[in-house]
Design a protein around this ligand. Sequence first.
Ligand SMILES: *Cc1c(COP(=O)(O)O)cnc(C)c1O
Length: 492
Amino acid sequence: MIFQSTRSKHSVSDTRAVLEGIAPDGGLYVDPELKNRPFDWQHCLTLSPLGMAEAILHHLLPDFPDMQGLVERAYTGKFDTPALTPLQEAGEQYILELFHGPTSAFKDVALSMLPQLMVSARALEGEQGETVILTATSGDTGKAALEGFHDVAGTRIFVFFPHGGVSPVQQLQMLTQQGANVQVCAVRGNFDDCQTAVKETFAALRQDARFGETGYRLSSANSINIGRLAPQLVYYFIAYARLMDRGAIRPGDAVDYVVPTGNFGDILAGWMAGQLGLPVGKLVCASNANKVLTDFFETGCYDKKRAFFKTSSPSMDILVSSNLERLLYYVSGGDTALVADAMRRLREEGAYTLPDGLMAEIRRDFAAYCADEADISAEIGRLWRERHYLCDPHTAVALHAARLYREEHGSGAPQVVLSTASPYKFPAAVLAAIGGDTSGDEFAQMETLSALTGVPIPPNLAGLKDRAVRFEDVIDAADMADYICAKLGVAR
Ligand SMILES: *Cc1c(COP(=O)(O)O)cnc(C)c1O
């Protein structure tokens, strides 16, 4: 099975693509034949959640043997419901709860699977040296990756998060992580600075002959890694199957999905599910005040030169949405020169503009809306008052986009709103939105929220306050490569 870079003809096997994370030319690995290889999506919908995961992952990454075993090891006992991602009904839309994994964020769905793929790929490729995983996080990837990779043989993991840029609960989740092979570090700057530094560190260390001789091999747990993206297609199928079970749709009916978006990984997975045949209607891209994507879908110009806002949905505080690059590759018919040029402009000039033809293609599949802080708070409050359903600020961004889309286009296809985090990861914002008392620290706020609503606190979050902080490092983005080498004991 051949994977290709989005920026050149460079290609590798699917196992190497997972091990490398990012192509040597800076591009992301894609399957050029994604739409052309036949997939029996209708049969897939009849399977159990784990059966769907196996079928989809086997199709996307066929070189991995025993996908069934990998899927079972990834998910069995890790999620608090066999449904994996239960579908709730709330008013005019359905809500797909993706936060039932070990860290209460949707990142768990993919990051429970990625270590299994990584270990399998290492064995297949005969990799001897340790795999060093570098991860930039806007809050949730970091903890989910740490949870997935801690004490996994043959791996080390570094997580970098923006200093002061994640919620207190998210920060504590990471700083208290157990495991002998983990390192967590704050970086001065915002998430984009953090993500750019990780990408540049990749390039620098891969060109560093001395680092090469150490035997360490770098990889990524961000959604730039195809092994991270692939498991995310699964819940689009699960939601569709549950709608069929309820008689809300018949096989073949279109379903719209509304996705709270940051790095564009989650929503791209929905688009890929459509390429596999799933009747995906519109994909509604929901942004917070960092609405670079909303503007892009409207104008055709992706422009990151703008103010960066810290919001109550920090995991979406992103101005450079990495996975848009994969969409550009596909809608341009695999035009790697066009993608490479756009990414060069983004890096050097801070913006690029796509031709109208390409934008028309993209707008056929996507719509985009944004929510400001008042909108977010209003959505959380309204859903609680009207439906007694408690949602987190990221999910509220999507609820707002869903409402705007319905107002503009009427209620045609059923809407599935992806709910990406437990409200207990952001207790202050949620409490404020439903008119609760926000005094005290985040643990007091969790208690208040639970007392007020009767919604139980996830045990992994309640237990945080008893755990010791293990990491305190804060660095400049420019020092990342040196920091990693020092921790690995590599001379530079
Ligand atoms: C990561 C994250 C998002 C954004 O997902 P992308 O794949 O980066 O677009 C949305 N909500 C939450 C809670 C997240 O952790």
